[in-house]
Design a protein around this ligand. Structure first.
Ligand code: KIV
Ligand code: ZN
Length: 498
């Protein structure tokens, strides 16, 4: 019989910490519901003491989902634990995730402390959290670089104090797979009472080894994996859920099963990518757009004769249904509704009507409407709640003339117009917007991407705008790349012009 592996998703906590990926509470609920449908066991919904937004999201996610355990992060600090317990009050199944650094780097430089004192603080935090909830997970931050003998003492002490799960994070993504596997094996063999808790992996991808390390941990006794959709997360990201799920599904020889409904993977991957404005690299395993595209003649011939010649995964198993990806101007409302549902988005009638109207306008400009376009249309509505709105934009540019732009914005409903020239059409348009908003801003990063291919494609623009020492992220999507750039700029400034 296969062993059961628990899947702990931290897209909404570790994943959401990525600059520019922040979601509002409604968007987080949407992702949490999709994670529940996907079959994850635990949803880490936030770090409640870190901000009122995180606190509120944990409350609302707790109300919105039923089956998964809702987990809230804390430091090993009493106030953090109290706030987390309060945020979890509506959760049907709840867990507090508390912890402290256990590597000498953390003990000496972060806490200016000693190994003994850290054990005391860890034990006190677990005992305090157990006063509020029965399910307490302890994380030994930077366990990847912690001394194994000392780590075993910490793990033993926190299990004795009542931890139900012990997380062994490779916080810096430093470990080699063999080394991380050995660490888990060492703990399994040297911690008294280890079977009273579950050991969990939490691997970062700084050296591109997060998935390999996670699998090594599982093969050596870990029975929970901490993962994110599309592997998003700070720096190079976390272990990606879809990779772990498909490795275990493909390698039955490992003898470990998860509760993941793999057919839901593609939909949630697109949803998270779209909501977080975080494109999936085309060659990303399992969910990249080239993951199942065979371009060489030899491969195509082989796949046509027998899929298994070159494909180890049937695309249908991860929810990729080639026949239903493209919609056109002739597609009806039902087709759009179905496509959105495959992508994990359910709209009420009014919102569907609006999305369908926008869909028809886009289909007028663009022949084939793909999944990214569909998600962009639904996301557009969310972006339109800002105080500053773009009413019109006119740009003239070309070879041998200086580009000029005129814009009309409404600010809280009142119209303002301006015109300006610039180094190029985007510069001219942004200069015109700047004349209206009268704020000293600097565009720090400006990334333009076509969503898929073709000159009629929707262009996506990611922008970082600096204002008074802080950086704000903006996103725009439009078939007109200059309009998309101005939308991204306005999206960023809407975050500080309140
Ligand atoms: O990477 C890490 O160590 C973490 C902990 C806070 C669990 O994210
Ligand atoms: Zn982490």
């Amino acid at each position: 019989m296969s062993d059961r592996l628990y899947v702990f998703d931290t897209t909404l906590r570790d994943g959401e910490q990525v600059p520019g990926c922040q979601l509002n509470t409604i968007e987080k609920i949407e992702v949490a519901k999709a994670l529940e449908e996907l079959g994850v066991d635990v949803i880490e919904a936030g770090f409640p003491i870190s901000s009122p937004g995180d606190f509120n999201s944990v409350i609302e996610i707790s109300k919105a989902v039923t089956w998964p355990t809702i987990c809230a992060l804390t430091r090993a600090v009493e106030k953090d634990i109290e706030v987390a317990a309060d945020a979890l009050r509506f959760a049907k199944h709840k867990r507090i995730h508390t912890g402290i650094g256990t590597s000498d780097y953390h003990i000496k430089h972060k806490f200016n402390s000693t190994r003994e004192e850290i054990i005391e603080r860890a034990v006190a935090a677990v005992k305090y959290a157990r006063r509020f909830v029965d399910d307490v997970e302890f994380y030994a931050e930077d366990a990847g670089r912690s001394d194994n003998e000392y780590l075993a003492r910490v793990v033993e002490a926190v299990i004795k104090a009542g931890a139900t799960v012990v997380n062994i994070p490779d916080t810096t993504g430093y470990c080699l797979p063999e080394e991380y596997g050995r660490k888990i094996k060492y703990l399994m063999e040297n911690v008294n009472g280890v079977h009273n808790a579950i050991l969990s992996t939490h691997c970062h991808n700084d050296l591109g080894m997060a998935t390999a390390n996670t699998i090594a941990g599982v093969m050596n006794g870990a029975r929970q994996v901490e993962v994110t959709i599309n592997g998003i997360g700070e720096r190079a990201g976390n272990t990606s859920l879809e990779e772990v799920a498909m490795i275990l599904k493909s390698h039955k020889d490992i003898g470990i099963d998860t509760n993941i409904n793999t057919k839901k993977i593609y939909g949630i991957s697109r949803m998270v990518s779209s909501l977080m404005n975080m494109p999936v690299q085309p060659n990303k395993a399992i969910v990249g757009r080239n993951a199942f595209a065979h371009s060489s003649g030899i491969h195509q011939d082989g796949v046509l004769k027998n899929r298994e010649s070159y494909e180890i995964i049937d695309p249908v198993d991860v929810g990729v249904d080639e026949n239903s990806i493209v919609l056109t101007a002739r597609s009806g409302r039902a087709a759009l509704k179905h496509r959105l549902e495959v992508l994990g988005v359910t709209l009420d009638k009014e919102k569907l009507d609006q999305a369908y109207e926008d869909f028809l306008k886009l289909a007028d400009k663009k022949k084939d409407i793909n999944d990214d376009d569909v998600l962009m249309l639904v996301g557009k509505e969310r972006k339109e709640n800002g105080r500053i709105k773009l009413e019109y934009l006119q740009v003239s540019s070309g070879v041998g003339i200086k580009p000029v732009a005129s814009v009309c914005l409404t600010i809280a409903g009142e119209p303002f117009e301006a015109a300006s020239s610039g180094n190029g059409p985007v510069d001219a348009a942004i200069n015109a917007v700047k004349q209206i908003i009268r704020r000293q801003t600097t565009v720090k990063e400006f990334l333009i991407q076509a969503i898929t291919k073709g000159s009629d494609d929707v262009g996506k623009v990611h922008m970082q705008v600096e204002y008074e020492g802080s950086v704000y992220y903006g996103f725009g999507a439009n078939t007109d790349i200059i309009a998309a750039s101005v939308e991204a700029y306005i999206d960023a400034i809407n975050k500080f012009v309140i």
